[in-house]
Design a protein around this ligand. Structure first.
Ligand SMILES: O=C(O)[C@H](O)[C@@H](O)[C@H](O)[C@H](O)COP(=O)(O)O
Length: 295
């Protein structure tokens, strides 16, 4: 099968490799000419024969929106756009509506697997019309892990459902990571367990908490047993926030995912204004000692 692929960064570049290895013809476009197969999105589209399929793999927000707008002027009725980035699910309706003005079809896909997906395959969650999903199945089959399709791919629902599924997946990811991280800190803080990396490594097989994320923690501790090289500073790309927004919209209690998101915010503070206020209040009502800030 032939397809265009816009965005050849960490994810798109590896996906092109995996698609080509499966025998698909991929014409990739990236702003970086060193990796691009075409000088522009227009040239990429020209190299495709209709009905065309174009997969978008650029950062969510403006870059994705601009790519959709550009493609809406370049593609024709019957062509299909697959948005595989980490877009917010509410963007999908607008993307689909814009493309539908020119008869262009739209599918959104949540793609999980990170830099390991090239080798292991990517977990895929798709949203869109059944006929469009059916048309793109050879592409999904090349990208997903080997084995039964239903263990690495789902047609999760209509347009927007793929990114909604990926959003919730990432909310879970936040919570799982935070639980492992807190366990790591507690083991390291007490002097009862004297070999923390070995203990966590022993959890990798047989235990109830074994998982791929745990395997990655073991890998990180193999490289740096106390994580001494790292600062405890954690960014976020939006999916965790959207998960909490949706939990609120649906009145679903989500204390673990919420705490995990807020722990990331706390990680970016040099000092906490809120905890200064707690210290000040405790000092006011009880005369309890406070520490003065330096400088
Ligand atoms: O499933 C995945 O492959 C990951 O979730 C991937 O999509 C990416 O690493 C996150 O989007 C990072 O998200 P944060 O920056 O919000 O942690």
């Amino acid at each position: 099968m032939q397809l265009g692929l816009v965005g050849l960064g960490r994810m798109g570049f590896n996906m092109r490799e995996r698609l080509r290895a499966a025998g698909h013809e991929v014409v990739g476009y990236d702003r970086n000419p060193d990796v691009s197969d075409a000088a522009s999105v227009a040239e990429m589209v020209e190299k495709l024969s209709g009905p065309r399929i174009v997969w978008i793999m650029v950062p969510h927000g403006d870059p994705t929106r601009q790519t959709i707008e550009e493609l809406s002027g370049l593609l024709s009725a019957g062509d299909l756009v697959i948005e595989g980035g980490n877009s917010k699910f509410t963007d999908d309706q607008a993307n689909a509506a814009l493309l539908a003005e020119n008869g262009i079809k739209y599918v959104d896909v949540g793609v999980s697997g990170g830099v390991w997906g090239a080798r292991n395959g990517y977990g895929l969650m798709a949203g869109g019309d059944a006929e469009d999903i059916e048309r793109a199945l050879p592409i999904f089959d090349a990208l997903r892990p080997e084995g039964p399709r239903e263990q690495g791919f789902a047609h999760s629902g209509p347009v927007g459902a793929g990114h909604y599924a990926k959003m919730v997946h990432n909310g879970i990811e936040y919570g799982l990571m935070q639980a492992y991280a807190e366990g790591f800190e507690l083991l390291a803080a007490s002097d009862v367990v004297t070999d923390v990396p070995a203990t966590i490594k022993a959890w990798s097989q047989g235990t109830v908490v074994r998982s791929w994320l745990l395997d990655l923690l073991v890998r990180a501790l193999d490289e740096d047993p106390e994580l001494a090289e790292l600062r405890g500073y954690v960014q976020d790309s939006g999916e965790g926030r959207w998960t909490i927004e949706e939990a609120i919209n649906n009145a679903v209690p989500a204390p673990v995912m919420t705490a995990a998101l807020f722990a990331r915010f706390a990680s970016r503070q040099e000092d906490s204004p809120a905890m200064k206020a707690v210290a000040a209040l405790r000092n006011q009502f009880g005369g309890h000692a406070v520490q003065k800030s330096e400088g």
